[in-house]
Write a protein that binds this ligand. Sequence first.
Ligand code: FAD
Length: 346
Amino acid sequence: MYDVMVVGAGPAGCTAAKTLAEKGKKILLLEKFKMPRYKSCSGVLIRKSMDLVKTYFGEAVPASALCTSTQNRGMVFTDDKGKEYRFEQEGLNVWRSHFDGWLAGKAKESGAEVKDGTAVVSCTEKDGFVEASLGGEGTDTVRAGYVIDCEGVVGTLKRRIFRQTSSASEPGYITTYQTFNEGSIDLDPHYFYAYLQPALSQYDAWFNVKDDLLVLGVSVKDREQIAHYYRRFLAYMKENHRLRIDRQTKEDKWLMPQIIPGCLVDYGVGRILFAGEVAGFLNPMGEGISAGMESGYHAACAVMENFGQPESVRETYRKRTEELQAYMQRQWSLVGGMAATFAKMA
Ligand SMILES: Cc1cc2nc3c(=O)[nH]c(=O)nc-3n(C[C@H](O)[C@H](O)[C@H](O)COP(=O)(O)OP(=O)(O)OC[C@H]3O[C@@H](n4cnc5c(N)ncnc54)[C@H](O)[C@@H]3O)c2cc1C
């Protein structure tokens, strides 16, 4: 019997587990993959993420998590009419496998039991606790006073939980596709570039650099259209930025929640809270690491403050994340103002 079981060792889960463990709670952090696991991500830590790492983990991001160009100096957005907006800000460029592995290590140092290679298959609320069944070797069940589900975008567990109770708001998904390439381009590797022209993607297209590899990506609502938009984006980058690809070394596909105006959040049900992307915490500028850490922290504090009063936990959590939600909505307005495609997503 644990005080709290945390599902998923991403930024949200590691922050929740660390916060509760250092306050003396008996914590189990479960991750379905062996750590360090791969996570498709541009790996840009904005200033806010760097500050949250210091606040919640007591240290700066270690050099071992960084890739070149190690410093990110901001984002450059091109709107749907081809106008450029520069957002200059100090940031970092990380590999998510190393960064998240470090966060999980910090949760462990604080006293959380970390079990990787183990998926949580289902969670059922019983009288005064939650029972979870685990996949992998030996099908175990685990009991905990509360569960904080930080499983990330797909939300398989969340859907199962809601099927047992009420119905969740089903988010639409965006598919992201990116390739890693050897080659050259005339853009500054210290910036993240996003392109919002509807001819290049159904959401955004992007360019950034990781360990000297040129990363080119497009996101689409219709998966069948990936090749079409990717081809167009490459042609655009060749024409406008002298892109030359010598060799593609890797590609990956992932999902992102489709962010809608209002930035809806599912806080949880009963003794089960949702945090991070599975709850809907994602900055519309494509930045979800800070939103994950911040919501994971507040979910943990809400549990801590109301341990004996489960009926108050969700309301405390909602109140604690009001400012984060307002921040997401401000970002939504900013991006929505740059491209008509975003405004139409309502
Ligand atoms: C292409 C792309 C680029 C991005 N670029 C950036 C960026 O530059 N900067 C930024 O801040 N954000 C970026 N994001 C968003 C960011 O990656 C996410 O918002 C962030 O990782 C969400 O954190 P999380 O902790 O909620 O979930 P995740 O990081 O997804 O972690 C969830 C964890 O839960 C585990 N899990 C899932 N199901 C189970 C289960 N049943 N049992 C046990 N474990 C389970 C998963 O394996 C995973 O390790 C990007 C996203 C994409 C797709």
